[in-house]
Design a binder for this molecule. Structure first.
Ligand code: ADP
Ligand code: MG
Length: 593
């Protein structure tokens, strides 16, 4: 016989290798098991974790369960009830697809499964399956039950190298919690419960609406600071809950995407959502949002990632367009609400402050007793008192959104009276937004209008920047900058954008050059560069900070604000103005029952 060097791997080894892809960490096991429970139509799923999954992962469901034969088969590679031909792969409606999860998982732990098939006639005999490190599975009779319970003990006990790749328990546990939060959000009808080392980490009742589930998982604060919007675009249906830009987040963990009900974390989707928020969010912050995306299953290939996290779209531009459009439409609607939300927060804070100071002054023993009749006259001002001041303000009620300016406060805020209350404008934040929107509009039309400096400003960048500038000095031209080389590491700024003529020229040029450099060659669009540049710039507060404004200037600013897109937030997502309605003012002063 030939001396064969090639042999087929024993199935236990093949499974362990597959496990390397499917079972990256304890959280991936949780995900696979919970997805199986969802596919088995469970109405509640309970997960117990010990030592971040290293000691125990238990998933208990009340789903359809399995009979003995199926239970044994489920641990075989490529054993699945979910697809039967390669064609099925292109229209997957369940969470499973290649029958790899259970055998892979069972090959790297001590595995136990209790299950019984719930037929219409009642549950058949229940079975207990044991499997140690991928050995031949053993079945024995078990007590009757509804659904399936799987216990994973001693994860990676037989593959110590994999164990060493695990991060700290705290990290692994956090990833498990995040995984379950996403699954729970995606499936509001299913009850979820997660306990880690006996501590409850997540608890959501079954049969919830999307809204109720969002409150349970994202918190009431998210719910009261978001706008729900849905849209159909190119056959893609997006239903999203979008947080106000002011509720941005430091990382991307608060962006949830579900495609046809499955949890997806996909770079294209994240980038599309960020693009939707681009104009209203500082570039290194992330929005918070929950998006349900429904599309023809044949348009999305979920079979590209072993852990089924990433997907491939047949028409990526459709899905991007759908997400960007939906987010933008939601943000446009927010304009009004941003200020209202901020206002109600401000109102709460003010109420707290007011009642405290009131209580204090009332307690003063020797406070002069108030002349009640004067007080009464002052506070219950007759209705015609208002009509006396209205004409003086020359106030065209109803036409003006932000009202007429009354005063500038601390060179920082403009107080205005609107038709139904008062408006406080952060002049700096508002000017920032107006400038940005103007520059953006102009930049779309062509190069920015530049203004030559009386004497060119000397600029001595470091070696790396100098090298870049020698090659790319023209790159600043569209933005209204003229740069002249004067030496190896010496340049001059000869002209700046007319709209920013009052700003320090070298600083501006340096920041723009830095933005352009980090944008790479030409890959990034101009408005993106503009956003990054001005985003950083305005942080330094050099646009109209603390300037005394004449009444005409105040009014011009208000009118300009009304004409400006996305005016409710500055470039960093902070509000530009807050409103207090008469009703709110009344309740602030306790004038309403
Ligand atoms: P896949 O989910 O890709 O089909 P798995 O290895 O995850 O592959 O599961 C194999 C099969 O075992 C599934 O197709 C399903 O029929 C069955 N199964 C797994 N978990 C459960 C469960 N909790 N309840 C009922 N059936 C299950
Ligand atoms: Mg599965």
């Amino acid at each position: 016989m030939d001396n064969l060097r090639i042999h087929i791997l024993p199935s236990a080894v093949a499974n362990q290798i597959a496990a390397g892809e499917v079972v990256e960490r304890p959280a991936s096991i949780v995900k696979e098991l919970v997805e199986n429970s969802l596919d088995a139509a469970a109405s509640r799923i309970r997960v117990r974790i010990e030592q971040a999954g290293k000691k125990l992962i238990e998933v208990d469901d009340d789903g359809s369960g399995m009979g003995k034969g199926d239970a044994l088969l489920s641990l075989k590679r490529h054993a699945t009830s979910k697809i039967s031909s390669a064609e099925d792969l292109y229209a997957i409606a369940s969470h499973g697809f290649r029958g790899e999860a259970l055998p892979s998982i069972a090959s790297v732990c001590r595995f136990e499964m209790l299950t019984a098939r719930s037929a219409a006639t009642g549950s058949e005999d229940a079975v207990r399956i044991l499997c140690e490190g991928g050995s031949e599975a053993e079945a024995s009779p078990a007590a009757p039950r509804k659904g399936t319970r799987i216990r994973i003990r001693d994860l990676f006990f037989n593959t110590p190298a994999r164990q060493r790749f695990l991060r700290t328990e705290r990290t692994e546990e956090a990833v498990i919690v995040e995984t379950l939060r996403a699954l729970a959000l995606a499936n509001p009808a299913v009850g979820f419960r997660l306990d880690c080392d006996g501590r409850k980490r997540l608890d959501a009742a079954s049969g919830q609406t999307r809204e109720a589930r969002i409150v349970a998982i994202m918190g009431a604060d998210f719910m009261s600071n978001q706008i729900a919007h849905s849209e159909v675009y190119d056959g893609v249906h997006v239903a999203g809950f979008f947080a106000l830009p002011t509720h941005h987040h430091r990382d991307g963990g608060r962006m949830h995407f579900f495609i046809n009900g499955r949890v997806v974390r996909d770079k294209q989707l994240i980038s599309a959502l960020k693009a939707g928020y681009r104009d209203v969010l500082f570039h290194d912050r992330f929005p918070q949002a929950v998006l349900w995306i429904e599309m023809d299953p044949a348009e999305v290939d979920v079979n590209v990632h072993p852990a089924k996290r990433e997907v491939r779209f047949r028409q990526p531009q459709s899905i991007r367009g759908a997400v960007v459009n939906c987010a933008r439409a939601a943000i446009e609607q927010m304009g009004q609400q941003v200020s209202d939300a901020t206002t109600s927060q401000a109102l709460k804070a003010m109420r707290g402050g007011f009642s405290a100071s009131r209580a204090a002054s009332f307690r003063q023993p020797d406070a002069p007793s108030a002349d009640t009749s004067t007080l009464q006259r002052l506070f219950s001002a007759p209705a015609d008192a208002e009509s006396v001041c209205e004409p003086q303000l020359d106030y065209a009620a109803g036409n003006l959104h932000l009202g007429m300016p009354l005063a500038q406060i601390h060179r920082c805020y403009i107080l205005a009276q609107s038709d139904d209350g008062i408006v406080l404008v952060d002049q700096h934040a508002a000017a920032e937004r107006i400038t940005y929107e103007k520059l953006k509009r102009d930049l779309e039309k062509g190069p920015l209008v530049c203004q030559a400096l009386l004497s060119a400003a000397d600029w001595q960048p470091d070696a790396a920047m100098s090298a870049w500038l020698h090659e790319h000095a023209d790159a600043l031209l569209p933005f209204g900058f003229e740069i002249e080389a004067r030496g190896e590491e010496r340049f001059a700024v000869a002209a700046v954008p007319a709209m920013l003529a009052g700003e320090p020229p070298v600083e501006m040029a340096a920041e723009l050059a830095a933005s352009l450099r980090s944008a790479g060659s030409v890959a990034e669009g101009r408005s993106r560069v503009l956003e990054r540049w001005l985003g950083n710039r305005a942080c330094k507060g050099s646009i109209k900070a603390g300037r005394l404004l004449k009444t005409e200037e105040q009014e011009a600013l208000l009118r300009e604000m009304e004409r400006t897109a996305n005016i409710a937030q500055c470039n960093h997502g902070r509000p530009t103005y807050v409103r207090l309605s008469l009703n709110e003012l009344d309740s602030l002063f306790g004038r309403r029952g």
